[in-house]
Design a protein around this ligand. Sequence first.
Ligand code: BES
Ligand code: MN
Ligand code: ZN
Length: 499
Amino acid sequence: MASLSITARTANTIGQIKTQALVALVPDKKTLAPSLKALDKLLGGTITNAMKNGDFSSSLGSHHWLPGSAGVQRVLLIGCGDIGGQTVSSAKKLAETLARSLVSSQARDALVWTDGLTGKVRDASMLLEQIALQLTLAHYQYEHTLNQRKKPARPLKRVAVSPGNLCSLAEAKRSVAIGGATGQGANLTRELVNLPGNICTPKYLSGQARKLARMHSKLSVSVLNEQQMASLGMHSLLSVGNGSDQPSQLIVMKYQGASAKTRPYCLVGKGITFDTGGISLKPGGKMDEMKFDMGGAGSVFGALHAAAEMALPINIVGVIAAAENMPSGRATKPGDVVTSMSGKTIEVLNTDAEGRLVLCDALTYAARFEPIEVVDIATLTGAIIVALGHEATGIFSNDDHLANSLISAGERSHDRGWRFPIWDEYHRQLDSPFADLANIGAGGAGSITAACFLAQFAEDYKWAHLDIAGSAFRSAPKGATGRPVPLLIAYLRERAGHS
Ligand code: BES
Ligand code: MN
Ligand code: ZN
């Protein structure tokens, strides 16, 4: 993955600027700011012409390319609308337009020039953060299994962002670093999630965890193999990989940003590297999308990468339950009863409800870290797509403060979640005549009963579950989104006392 370098620096005066692409932010105002007038003059009046003839309007989401002049090769005008009333949603929209147009251009370097924003801007650091984040996301492309000729060109290598009148250079540097790190985390998530199931196996994920630990001095990794998991009694997790030739792995990544004594935040990821459904086999159509079933695990990688990059002053433990769900003569069958690490027995009524079977043992294991809070992340249920579509992540929690923190982290990052109840009445759906609980319910609300199942293994700490089956990937164009890394980073930054 070739990465894009984004830095903040003070821009030269308009006649002195040398860049392949000058990206000018233009607010919706009756008259152009003096700096934009100077640019217009340098360009021989092409900005005022483009506005007069309707080729460019300064409304939010519009953009227009102009040929450059002197040291400026080309100019990208970005309409900013009413920047004084900016919300995170409008900042994101502006940043997305900017990033997509710039990344698909022929420019190798660019200057994002904010001098045209002379009036009140609601939240400058949020705007700069979104610009760095969206540029990083737009620059990502999947290449791993593509031939050279199919790789779209990405000439853009370096972007400088000048704070102009928005904020100090120091503030701009901080915002750009945060947005860039979040984007790099999300891109790591996308890459792992996009990889096909024959490459991205549980073993591959543990190799990638070791690789991540080599990149960050404060990150360490340990991996439990099937034998070690068996001695801990993780027979629910192990039952999922029974039909697979790929051994299951429990991957533990520790980021130590605070003193060793400080209790950690724990992120638990569902890492089903391919979900056929097992003996309860899924239908063939779109089954390829079940390579995305390690989206939760991928987001744990991405969040840890970004947190380490930002040097957040907290401790974080990532636990990934990695397995492949396959049918075979050794596979778990409907009606089989397994004993989880907690001691609770589980009747596996449907082998396709495997995510909760791996997560329950990972949640029991997480208790040993005495976590402040545990958040699990999983592409857990198709039913969450029925409820929320692809816009929001489903949030479930046994703690109102944690649930509210995750909801507001989603709003701050515009990577939003929506909470569902996990009332006792729903729990009854999981009663089984043959075990402590069944792995599916039979009365509707499939996402809620899945969360209720997990809740029974998370009673000893503050816990939340994020169902990302709708938000982690898209079917058209097919690919991973990198969600919910921005939400997780907003939550962790807030817990770390970062503004
Ligand atoms: N990995 C799937 C959930 C999923 C579905 C993720 C669609 C992304 C897109 C999960 O393991 C699963 O199969 N869930 C079942 C549960 C059912 C058997 C109770 C489902 O949603 O159908
Ligand atoms: Mn499944
Ligand atoms: Zn699954």
